[in-house]
Design a protein around this ligand. Sequence first.
Ligand code: C2E
Ligand code: MG
Ligand code: MG
Length: 709
Amino acid sequence: MPESPPTPLSETHRVPRALAVAGLLIVAITMALTGLLVSSYRSTIEREETNLRNLAEAYAAQTHYAMLALDTRLARSIDSDSAAPDSVPQVALGAPDRAGRRTTITLVRSLPAADGGAARRVAIDTDVSYIQRIFASSDLGSGGSVTLLRRDGVMLVRSPTLPDAIGRSFLNTPLFQVHLPRMPAGAFEATSPTDGKRRLYGYGAVAGYPLVIITGRDKADTLAVWRGWLWVGVLAWLLLSSTLALLAWRIGREAERQAALIGRLKTSENRLTYLADFDPLTGLSNQNRLRRALGEATDAAAREGGQVVLVLVALERLHEVGDLLGHEAGDEAVREAAARLRRLAPEAMCPARVRTNEFGLLVRTAQAGEAVDGLAFELHARLSEPVRVREREFHLEPVIGVAAYPQDAGSVNELMRLADIAKHRARGDGGEPVHFHSDASHSHLDERLLVEEQLRRALERGEFSLVYQPKIAIASGYITGFEVLLRWHNPLLGQVSPARFIPIAEQTGLIVGIGNWVLRSACEQASAWRREYGFQPRVAVNLSIRQFYQKDLLDTIASALADAELAPDALALEITESIAMSRIDVVERLLAGIRALGVELAIDDFGTGYSSLAYLKRFPVQCLKVDRAFVHDLGRDDDSTAIVRAIVALGHGLKMRIVAEGVETEMQLALLRELGCDEAQGYLFARPVDAAAVPALLLTRDSQTPTSA
Ligand code: C2E
Ligand code: MG
Ligand code: MG
């Protein structure tokens, strides 16, 4: 069997690949978006810090000028010419008003004594609400603030106002601890000491005064816009990733579908390739493959020497299984035969089923000889063993033809043809089921073709004649009837025996015309005897299988009887056992039809075929003719005696007469009498004789004709 169809790898791998690509894209998009958001976050913070710092510095400058203006007023108030006294200015909160609010801040300066006396302190107040108004002009959002602090951490002014914090020290905050000592202006992020919120701060020291401005803004407020972008980003990310994932899934599914489709397109392709070379029923090679193997083997033999032997086996009775039990049972039998063939023939022999009921194999050998002969006979033996199908046994009857390259044939075609002819020869050889092609059989073929050619014209040229052989009642010695036997004399071939020409007539179909002629002639002859001599012997005509399956068989018989004006019981028909046991249903119907005409039926050559007793019982047969092979061996061989005894018992059990064929000796006759046989036919009594000799025979032997006039 060929390997199972390969999986289309590239297609199934597209599924994870699509997913991987989508995954990578999603990761890339995630990274890009994250980068974008982080950088916009940073720049938002930085920008805001810069703004806050600038704002703080601007307020610091403004405060500086405001303080300078205050200083000027202070200087004027003390009548000094110098607008800017050089003592260190101090800033203090004004005293609380009645409501407890501190609405002023005071600029204080120490003036040196004019004449070496104690230093003088001068101060000037300014309204806090003025500074607050300036601070309030900047919109820093809901949590934003602008605060003026002293360098020692005390809060002086704040917008928006925060009365509780005014006057409190914020010296422990990062502004005073970390940032201001480092840089006079800057920005930073910290948690607000007043409300615990995270804020961004900018600060700027007021030049020349112990003051610092700090601007603050809620970080959350600052990031409001950015957070909007964050959501947009997240949404975009979700949208993109899910679209990509969906796309990947769709692509994957489509790829899977394609893969499945391609897998099916592939499977049937493999199936076709398989059918091109193999027999689906048995798994054996088919004729094609066998021919190819033969081609290769013969090529090799031509190059390297040696022989290629072709063995063809036909199972002659295989069809009976199907006829009887149906098509499937027939297939079972074929498979069983194939299995047997396979057990004997290894793969190297390319065991093949070449036709419905035919198998073949090839053997490469140095010299065709005993090894091949042994194989052919072994094969025959194996296939001859009965096959059991549905509790029944069947004999497939193998016939084998063998031919060799280059000994017999020069090409594969010729080898096939010659093995086929050899197989037909095996069929026709009668008893030799394995036939080896040889030059002798070649000339035999020529001869066969000659016989066939002559046979085609024999009827019209009147080359046939009939002879009659009496059957004798063993008990009385009376003649009970005559078997009608065909004779053929051909000017070219001389006298040809029925054993030689009947099989050819059967194979070519010529037997139908010839058989009709025999039937009509025999009926007319029997009728003539009654008219001329006043007695009516019963004539038994042999029917071939081809005639048996003619649709108009019953009409043919009836019209032969009518035309000859012969009573139906003056005619008997002999059919061989193998006809009787083939196509049982058809046979049963036909036999019943013949019996209904009033014609007697006999089974010829009984004991050589494979009878089923069950069927024998169903057939309306009056007579069993024991094959002459058993009669021949009577007294010499215990088996034959036992067989005849069994046939007699069986026939009598079924109310049939037993006729022994081929009785040649008194000893055989004595034994047959002892075994209870009813009638005998054979050279001991008379050879088949011309019609003209029949009256004399009847006179010398007392006849017991059924309807003697
Ligand atoms: P069969 O029907 O079994 O006929 C008996 C054969 O045994 C005849 O051979 C007959 O001559 C032969 N025979 C008779 N007595 C003896 C004997 O004592 N010893 C020996 N050794 N042989 C004896 P035949 O005439 O050569 O016919 C051979 C076969 O050819 C017949 O076998 C029958 O099957 C077939 N056949 C003959 N005539 C016809 C016919 O008209 N139609 C058909 N379809 N087949 C026929
Ligand atoms: Mg016969
Ligand atoms: Mg016979």
